[in-house]
Ligand binder design. Structure first.
Ligand SMILES: Cc1cc2nc3c(=O)[nH]c(=O)nc-3n(C[C@H](O)[C@H](O)[C@H](O)COP(=O)(O)OP(=O)(O)OC[C@H]3O[C@@H](n4cnc5c(N)ncnc54)[C@H](O)[C@@H]3O)c2cc1C
Length: 421
């Protein structure tokens, strides 16, 4: 079937956005300029909001997503069977570029996790019933789904997880604890990786589930972080009974499911899958700040700005290269390169704005667009850990991209119950 040309699609989408959206005053997208002092400067990496304000943000995001869903713009690359348009990543990129010229609610990690990570995982591993039950609904964000992966004893070494799943007839009984679960206080579903066989070697005895978070025995407790908000939670499982038809993938294949979801998390290829924009400030906003401060003629500042600009360009090219390599399929270990460049650039941006702002970052003077950068500086380190830390990304690049010798592993091939923990 022939597809609409990208230019024709952009003309149609542009007309729809003009009729349905509010153009940005402080335009940071199309022109690359920031009108300093106008509108709201959102440079936050994580939200620093009360529970009520965060609920309102999710409501606003959901309304915009559902409005786009009336025309399929919420899921441009997804099949019409799931409410999408079945078009290419180029069409999705064209839409995102146009959309960036409009006032839209700022992104939220539970949206990008649901749309960008969980939906493609269900598409790969789900039964026909699970796909029908979840994919269209998650793409429209009628319901949200989060990752129940990390535990107090399993982070970088995720395969060390020990939340147990015991089979009981047509059900499983889950007991244990997850931690750092982003968005669990707002989501309806979770992708949970559990240990179903303690006699199997570490990577072989896990099973994945897509389960509702309101099951009896699940307790969600928010954790406050240094940036002020409560993005993530502890989640406790006490004798939680999960029907077997909520199992995602085969029994014992949980590691494969988890790695697939993590692959989408590390993929920064901008391949157009539909996740919302990445958080955390832009080059244009940093330049706008430097111009407002009148320091763009200072040699050291110029050098820092140029360094940030060059590395942001490298980030964009690396994302494009990953998209070309993945060709719309499951992202490979190359995704770790993009994730690493992205987090290094966030650190770089924090350093530049810190030297630009000096004491304005420490004390709120009420000046527009100054103290707000704290939301960037205090949040940026989080993404150096989330989705696999910088060190872990380097290990992946070393071992799986460059083919260097692996780290020594003392737990290979032995039953999980015998692994010293
Ligand atoms: C903002 C944020 C959101 C998150 N959201 C979620 C979520 O929604 N769901 C979820 O399940 N988890 C989530 N996490 C958890 C995240 O995946 C883990 O924090 C991460 O994998 C690191 O694990 P850890 O915290 O246990 O640190 P550890 O694994 O204990 O690591 C501690 C330090 O040791 C280093 N290290 C560990 N192993 C090695 C190694 N082999 N080589 C070199 N260095 C190493 C690490 O780089 C790190 O610096 C989130 C974390 C953050 C910060």
């Amino acid at each position: 079937m022939s597809q609409i040309d990208v230019d024709d699609f952009a003309a149609e989408a542009g007309a729809w956005l003009a009729a349905n959206g509010e153009p940005k005053l402080a335009d940071d997208g199309a022109s690359g300029e920031v009108v300093w002092g106008e509108g709201e400067l959102d440079v936050a990496v994580f939200h620093n909001l009360s529970h009520g304000d965060e609920s309102d943000l999710l409501h606003a995001l959901r309304s915009w997503q559902q409005r786009k869903a009336e025309r399929g713009y919420h899921a441009i690359t997804w099949s019409p069977a799931y409410g999408g348009l079945g078009l290419t990543a180029s069409h999705a990129r064209a839409f995102r570029k146009l959309e960036s010229g409009y006032v839209v609610p700022s992104s939220h990690e539970s949206f990008s996790v649901t749309i960008g990570l969980i939906v493609p995982t269900i598409d790969l591993f789900g039964t026909p019933e699970q796909k029908e039950r979840h994919i269209a609904s998650f793409l429209r964000t009628d319901e949200l789904c989060i990752q129940l992966f990390s535990e107090p004893g399993a982070g970088s070494d995720l395969a060390n997880l020990s939340l147990r799943a015991d089979r009981d007839g047509d059900e499983w009984v889950l007991n244990g604890q997850k931690v750092w679960t982003s968005g669990a206080q707002f989501a309806q579903w979770g992708e949970c990786i559990a240990r179903s066989d303690f006699d199997a070697p570490k990577h072989k005895g896990m099973t994945a589930f897509i389960l509702p978070l309101d099951l009896d025995g699940i307790t969600v407790r928010p954790i406050r972080q240094m940036s002020g908000g409560q993005s993530f939670n502890e989640v406790f499982f006490d004798d939680v009974r999960v029907p077997d038809d909520m199992r995602l993938g085969d029994i014992g294949a949980g590691w494969k499911v988890a790695l697939t979801t993590l692959g989408f998390e590390r993929d920064h290829s901008d391949s157009g899958g539909g996740a919302t924009n990445r958080p955390g400030g832009s080059w244009a906003q940093v330049l706008g700040l430097a111009r407002w401060l009148g320091v763009t003629d200072q040699p050291v500042i110029r050098q820092q700005l140029a360094d940030l600009f060059v590395n942001k360009r490298v980030e964009a090219w690396a994302a494009k290269r990953s998209a070309d390599l993945a060709k719309g399929g499951t992202p490979g270990p190359e995704g770790s390169i993009g994730k690493l460049i992205w987090t290094e650039n966030m650190t770089r941006m924090s350093a530049v704005v810190s030297s630009l702002l000096g004491s304005r970052l420490a004390a709120d003077s009420g000046e527009w667009g100054t103290y707000v950068w704290n939301d960037h500086v205090l949040g940026a380190p989080g993404y150096r850990i989330a989705g696999g830390s910088d060190e872990v990304q380097r290990n992946i690049i070393g071992e799986r991209v460059l083919g260097l010798p692996g780290e020594p592993r003392v737990d290979k091939g032995i039953p999980f119950k015998d692994v010293p923990r």
